[in-house]
Design a protein around this ligand. Structure first.
Ligand SMILES: Cc1cc2nc3c(=O)[nH]c(=O)nc-3n(C[C@H](O)[C@H](O)[C@H](O)COP(=O)(O)OP(=O)(O)OC[C@H]3O[C@@H](n4cnc5c(N)ncnc54)[C@H](O)[C@@H]3O)c2cc1C
Length: 486
């Protein structure tokens, strides 16, 4: 396209992950002329979705897990005003403008997500994606997770192929940066830049923003999360492309913010590894120490899938944002423990604790003292690596370790360094259950829709295995709603 050229479409979709592709294919199936803008080249298309196993909190291909709505409700916001919450129990049409844009997990969005999850999976199946209950990296879990065979990449490839077949116009290496509006305020296109900072404009009666969060933007991360953000990094390559333009563009035309801007979904990563998602999830069988060689947290309050996020967030707050998981030869009592480590680096190992400390750059006397005190607090009891076993440290010892507490005294000793990986950011913009972006007074902004990571949904603890699902469900809803306009 020539510099400054204008292209006309029925729908412009920004982003080629699960949310953008679900929107685009839905609109294409209705015969719309669709443009898909994607910042990366074709080889990296799929954003974060490309790199995920795409676990989905489902109990079958038709129904979400039993704890789905409950977990969201428990993590719907902080110190919410009970008056406003009781208002939210009524019909959406009667909600006041302040409830429509309240900083909470909108129950309308959760019930729609739960209701549409099954049909959306069936739709993905109709495009050739197959699902199963596959073994993941959690040795102990608290819920049910279904995942596509071939992970998120299988979704990306299936939907991108469907979009190509139906005549979508893909614009790779094209970065959206500004929404265009007509005189009434309706969004009617956008401005983007291609290679060489060449400006291109797209016109359409509807735009779907699906460009992910801001995990790839250090300026926004520091702005919203503070200076600890310097120690964060995306968990895989896809995250580096998500720099928050979609969120900024929407806020610039008056979109209401939503989601916890000061929070991320955190994953424990081995900083030495460049493998995708090099998680280390064995600390519950050992101890975590910080740079001062001191324990700072209960490593095993419950199943590992339910607790790793809060533990990892705490690692970020420790000196230099790093900790070490320390364990010993007893780890081999945990069947197949290596499945919960995705680092391609071996653990640091040594035949004495003192040597281990030396290799880690920790003070040997401090590490010995920490381990001795911890060992003295460990008690006799039944160790069950596959279930929450209640084998806890003695009362009064702090921080306690609630499960899997066994002495660390059998050589060889091992350690993995762990930092806080930024799986994705929680801060985004507010949409209603039709995927319409709403302004600060709760009114839809005509012509503007959004889906996926860039919409704010999460507060407190992430309801695990729901981000790909919401991308698919709301992407599909966005495509359908946007067509009403096109
Ligand atoms: C390794 C890993 C494991 C994960 N595990 C799970 C899991 O098991 N279950 C789960 O539910 N979630 C998981 N997640 C999170 C989940 O994968 C993502 O939150 C979800 O896929 C996001 O989908 P999306 O379509 O909103 O964004 P993305 O898939 O990130 O797509 C956004 C696209 O927009 C493009 N883009 C960004 N800015 C612009 C711009 N200005 N102009 C044009 N294009 C732009 C990006 O290049 C990208 O292709 C995981 C994430 C990762 C990285």
């Amino acid at each position: 396209m020539a510099a400054g050229a204008i292209e006309q479409f029925d729908l412009v979709v920004v982003g080629c992950g699960v949310a953008g592709l679900s929107a685009a294919v839905t609109a294409l199936e209705e015969g719309a002329r669709v443009a898909i803008l994607e910042r990366s080249g074709v080889e990296d298309r799929g954003g974060q979705t490309r790199w995920t196993e795409a676990a989905m909190r489902m109990k079958s291909e038709h129904e979400v897990s039993d704890d789905f709505e409950h977990h969201f409700a428990e993590n719907s916001g902080h110190y919410l005003d009970p008056e406003l919450i009781s208002e939210a129990a009524g019909d959406y049409e009667n909600w006041s403008s302040i409830v429509k844009v309240l900083n909470f997990t909108d129950p309308e969005l959760i019930s729609t997500l739960s209701e549409r999850a099954g049909p959306t999976l069936q739709w993905l199946k109709s495009h050739g994606v197959r699902f199963d209950f596959q073994p993941g990296y959690f040795i102990t879990t608290c819920t049910t997770r279904l995942s596509p065979i071939g992970g998120g990449l299988a979704i990306v490839e299936a939907l991108a192929a469907a979009a190509e077949k139906k005549g979508a116009h893909f614009f790779y290496k094209t970065t959206a940066r500004k929404l265009l509006q007509d005189e009434s305020g309706a969004v009617n296109g956008l401005e983007a830049v291609g290679p060489g900072n060449r400006v291109v404009r797209f016109q359409a009666p509807a735009v779907v923003l699906a460009s992910g969060g801001f995990e790839g933007n250090s300026e926004m991360l520091t702005h919203y999360l503070g200076t600890d953000a310097r120690y964060l990094r995306p968990v895989a390559r896809g995250g580096y492309y998500n720099k928050g333009e979609g969120i900024r563009m929407a806020l610039a035309v008056g979109a209401a913010p939503a989601g916890d801007y000061g929070q991320i979904h955190a994953e424990p990563l081995d900083p030495r590894s460049g493998a995708p998602e090099p998680i280390v999830l064995v600390f519950n069988y050992g101890i975590l120490v910080n740079r001062n060689a001191v324990r700072f947290i209960n490593e095993a309050p419950s199943t590992v899938d339910a607790t790793y996020e809060s533990i990892t967030r705490r690692i970020l707050k420790e000196p230099e944002g790093i900790a070490w998981a320390i364990f010993d030869a007893r780890i081999d009592d945990v069947p197949n423990w290596k499945r919960s480590v995705r680092s391609d680096q071996p653990p640091v190992s040594a035949s004495t604790l003192s040597d281990l400390a030396g290799k880690l750059g920790l003070d040997a006397a401090s590490l010995q003292s920490t381990v001795d005190t911890y060992n003295a607090a460990c008690r006799e009891g039944h160790f069950d690596p596959l279930a929450v076993d209640g084998l806890a440290t003695a009362p009064g010892y702090l921080p306690a370790k609630s499960n899997w507490a066994r002495p660390i005294d059998r050589a060889p000793y091992f350690a993995y360094p762990i930092i806080c990986g930024n799986c994705f950011t929680f801060g985004g913009i507010k949409v209603n259950a039709r995927s319409q972006v709403v302004n600060a007074d709760g009114d839809p902004i005509p012509g503007l829709y959004a889906a996926g990571e860039m919409t704010g949904l999460y507060y407190g603890t992430y309801t695990g295995a729901t981000s790909v699902l919401r991308g698919a469900v709301y992407g599909r809803i966005a495509g359908r709603s946007a067509l009403g306009r096109a």
